[in-house]
Design a protein around this ligand. Sequence first.
Ligand code: TRP
Length: 352
Amino acid sequence: MKNIILTGDRPTGNLHLGHYVGSLKSRIELQEKGDYEKYYIMIADTQALTDNAKNTDKVRNNLIQVAIDYLSAGIDPNKVCIFIQSQVPELFELTAYFMNLVSVSRLQRNPTIKEEIKQRGFSNTLPIGFLNYPVSQAADILAFHANVIPVGEDQLPMIEQTNEIVRAFNNTFGNVFDEVKALLPKNKVCARLPGLDGKIKMSKSAGNAIYLCDDEKTVKEKIMSAYTDPNHIKISDPGKIEGNIVFAYLDAFATEKHFEKYLPEYRNLKELKSHYQKGGLGDVKVKLFLNNIINELLTPIREKRKELEQNVDYVYELLFKGSENAREIAGQTLNIVRDAIGLNYQKLLNKK
Ligand code: TRP
């Protein structure tokens, strides 16, 4: 069976380096490998509304930003169908059927949901839509019969929930869906890139992110302020690598080619780390090296972004076309689903 890939993001902010190494980069690699029958990337605006009910402006404005981020980072609309969740109403019909197969208490036990409810301070104010988003996410995936889902590790409970829905649906109504697989980032730093402050993972809400759209000056300022080793005061002091954000980013981004080009005194990251640990290597030098690497990555992305910002209509048209394609596929699935459930009333007509 050929792969059908589907993944998505909530449009609540511009994409940052955490998104880049955690998902965008491998999405582009998948796109180039070409080992798939269909490849969808969904901008999950409806899901974003589940905790932004009154912030529709934010969701709407970020939708186009996220689309521009995808395209400038190298997602190719000729290879990938990029679509808008809300523009595919079939997804919500499928969600409605799935909702009857999942209990409230099961959703409340979903570890990601549990954590997010805590973070958002929802207690008596928990919206049904928010609690239900894993069910809706299962519909996003299954409407396209997607079987490969590139996501971060925080999304594993959603994949598990999807597979439970697959089993419940098939047991109740006959075999319609196949179980799905998560595709996780290859290494640990990439799966959970820490924020500039070194405290938690890079995120918009924590204000500790470097965005793909940040200009050169901003990137440099952010890197220069990144958390390193607070006890590494004099250059001659031995430095610590663990918890040192600059080294975490180098783990995620630096290659031997970068050393050749920007820091030829060292062959690789191992040599740089060992010098830092021994003492005699200052933070500024390491930070400037990182700054070169990040700018090399972001310069072409910024240029492409500038072009697209001049041509926003083109981006919208692309999303509309993608959404139309997605509707057609989801519509076919919904016919099968209604049939399986027994809701195809047309069949009951006594045609003469
Ligand atoms: N919940 C995902 C996130 O926050 C976004 C998403 C929505 C998604 N629907 C999806 C991801 C379907 C993969 C598949 O990142």
